[in-house]
Write a new protein. Sequence first.
Length: 276
Amino acid sequence: MISVIVPTHNRRELLEKKLRGLETQKGEFEVIVVADGCTDDTVAFLQTYRPTYPLEVIQTTGLGSAGARNRGAEAAKGETLLFSDDDVMLEAGCIAAHAEAHRNSKQATVFVGKLMLPPQLRGTGATDMLGPRAFWWNLTGNNTSLPKALYRAHGGYDESYQLYQKIQTAEDLDLGYRLMKAGVRFVFLPQAQAIHEAWSYLQGSWIERARVHGESHVVLCKRHGDMRIAWALGVHPTVLTIKMALLPSFKGLLGRRGDYELAHAWGASEAWERKT
């Protein structure tokens, strides 16, 4: 059985859309919603919602996404964990595709499903996994599955990353990096499709989010002391020197993506300048 882990914080409408959409999914699965520090009507909705699938609701007090996912994983009854945030709408057959992939896999594997963006988010830097390969930095809480035993063996999400950033942390990348270092295989699963609505990018400044992304990528590199992380995530000082020299003049050629890349480079550069 697959356990679908859904952390949520004050986004009842998105959560309801996601949960009702899961009623069309095939196969044996349970859903664990972790309502983390919710002050809207999320909990009231969950108390009255009666889905066609097993649903467990856990309430936590502002742990952040890493802690919420860990609590969901601790409560999971399935042998496979599928992490899927409240703003990710799974397309028909997505859960079944993850389940089949794990049944047919001869070794412990992380499967990364395909994310598609709605038109208003294209070019903003919001995650859009296209394949055809998956790498450790593609592990996210959006549409990723792995054996529960593998997750537990490597300690799950590192909750201390919540101390670094308020908007975007590097806990996903940290877990992916640790699994890669342990020799775990990452496989892109194109038949497991989902729409990443990512409305948080449209609320407030997504440019500020890009800056914090760059900062958190450098935090990850400093913590592990591995400059391969910086190369992979585009925050190596050599790469940043080139970006900072060219992007101010040529970012317009990239549209909104250019603004994202420049803000990302600024955040990373500032993080390198700090001693910690």
